[in-house]
Design a protein around this ligand. Sequence first.
Ligand code: ADP
Length: 261
Amino acid sequence: MSKQRIVEIENVSYKYEREWVVQDVNLTIEEGQFLGLVGPNGSGKSTLIKLMLGLVKPRRGSIRLFGQSIKQFKNWQEVGFVSQKANSFNSGFPATVLEVVMSGLVSRIGMFKFFNRKHRDKAIQALKTVGMEQFSNENIGDLSGGQQQRVFIARALVSDPSLLILDEPTVGVDAEHVTEFYNLLGRLNKEEGITLLMVTHDIGTITEHATHVVCMNKTVHFHGASEEYEEFSEQDLNRLYGHSVHQLTHNHEHHGVNPHD
Ligand code: ADP
């Protein structure tokens, strides 16, 4: 049986003003994949995510989520999102960890209704999944960047999404906690069966964790399994990034084989 197509992007282009920032993008994400989305600054990664979340409409092309046109799509609880700025609350922000996680249920229960015991239990369960339940009553602003990031993942998980989208989640997380963070994502992917899409600059590390990699600069230059990405030559990457990426790619061997798309 073939896997469900979670996201299908067909010939999508988008511009804010005059210049196309996303151009003719074709991308399919299948159930169970852990996809790393990499590309230089300003290459349209966040815009592509905004398109998938229905925050902006494609100027050209079409998007389907869970087999349904995004124009009609209503099951937004299926899609969890953790934004880039999610881990930068200042200390003193007046919300507890549990409240932040429960706020992920607002779209489900509707505004002006009250949270009940069931919602609270779901939030605690989500905090357990990310290993943060002991911080439930702490103030969100008192936690470290990495801890806040986990809380925001719990907030995204509280509505039981099948797809979790993360925009540069490792920014602001200490290097020593990044591996732990990837392990958490790996567990969500393999054990909870959640399809993951993660935007990252960690082009050296992502292949160790993601099943697939997409390399974009306005359009998709490479899409394939992580092992194939290792074959994507350093020269190809340099061309894409416009400068040397040697230091970013750790010590992976690149064999100068042409990528296929
Ligand atoms: P990335 O996430 O890869 O860094 P973005 O999708 O944020 O790239 O940006 C792609 C391009 O679109 C950039 O040139 C950026 O300046 C531009 N851009 C992003 N957001 C807006 C906006 N709200 N209005 C106008 N231009 C924007």
